[in-house]
Design a binder for this molecule. Sequence first.
Ligand code: AMP
Ligand code: MG
Length: 504
Amino acid sequence: MNLHQPPLSSVHQTDQLPWRDATLLHQLGPAFGTELAPTPLPDLHWIAHSQALAEELALGNWLASDEAIAMLGGNALPPKASPLASVYSGHQFGVWAGQLGDGRAMLLGEIDSPAGRMELQLKGAGPTPYSRSADGRAVLRSSIREFLCSEAMHALGIPTTRALSLVGSSAPVWRETRETAAVVARVAPSFIRFGHFEHFTHSARDIASLRALVDAVIDRHYPACRGAEQPVLALLEAVSRRTAVLMADWQSVGFCHGVMNTDNMSILGLTIDYGPFGFLDAFNPGHICNHSDHQGRYAFARQPNVGFWNLHALAQALQPLVAGADAVEALKAALEPYKTAFAEALQQRLRGKLGLSTDQPGDADLVDDLLRLMAQDGCDYTLTMRSLSRFSSAAGANNEAVRDWFVDREKFSVWSARYLERLRAEASVDVERAERMDRVNPKFVLRNHLAESAIRLAQRGDFSEVQRLLTVLQQPFDEHPNAPAAYAALPPDWAHQLEVSCSS
Ligand code: AMP
Ligand code: MG
């Protein structure tokens, strides 16, 4: 079933949308996927949408139109659109998994927006040739999680695919039990993954297509690499740097992705494919958020190493394009900047979380010792970090707002004396520091139990909690005095029993 037609690149209006019907993958040709129509769903209804993203895309009030819900739920197509399910491969849990592909995602086309050309992809819009035995659907539960977290991560300043809308249907979908279908409309400059490159090298063994893909990605997304002596190596280095920064972002905010397979790694260094992710509650470097990850391969503290491992898989995929006897060495050299880029980005973020505006010897130890203490005492990561902005450097201040998070008060006092000395070394002003810290230590993150409460209500037909949570998560550094206290409180006991797995 390949309905591929010659590349279409016309721009036309679908009511109010400045719409292009062919994405970069469409233009690359039939080796890159299959064009097909979404499978319609019964009684589509709005669950939520991101007004912030709609505004960034300058969609006006298009979302309010009948056309919008039909299109974003997969029941109607813009004129000339020919949605594409792309083919990719990948390593899953460290093992080569062969061909995968968009089993339930379809690229509709691109919007010309003030933020640049943005691809629009529906997730859960029906089976594709890459669905294998699965149904091509996404359940309401996991779609709420992806929708909320995409927008929450963006608001935290972390590169991510975005979520424009969440549309529900009464269609039953079977997982462990009967659930219902939903469709998330995702937006990103590109949905290309490491696995797309691996596909052409290891599965299709089609090096001409690999070259075409690399050229297209460089031209569209990494134009600075074009002028390099070896653009392929420059691309690999640029992707390594972006991935390093992404890992630093995740670690600094306590985000655990859960399924860092190479098919879930974006070539643009975006967070992509929200499944069994989780934000740390108590700080635990060994935290495993994915119930199906029995070995802890994707445990919180391992993420930066896995990112590097995945970049090696990308390097291997690019090897056929690198000439010369020293190709392997050259590829390794292109990965090398990852280590320092990650370490520097992480230290910069952690210094920021402590409100330090200069870089001084001993800072890394000061941060590590705080984290060690937090791990030992099981301190809540988000709340403890947020409380640090209340740390007073006034003589005799007991700083109980921070100290009370710790069980071992003695050890905390020893640490806080060092912190105080460090703050004085840069003549830190409490009020100014607090302001800076509150812009980098969020008050609100999408904890599992908060998502779960919104899901339980939504499953009963009440979508108000999804919208309420979204509103707060879109401004995670603000105080929100009227938000429910639970949003910025320790998780309740029942939260510890929650399990999230790959089932979605
Ligand atoms: P994920 O772990 O969600 O990134 O998915 C891994 C692979 O399985 C991807 O190729 C997905 O498109 C595919 N997949 C996951 N769930 C489904 C589903 N319900 N129907 C079809 N394909 C799916
Ligand atoms: Mg995936």
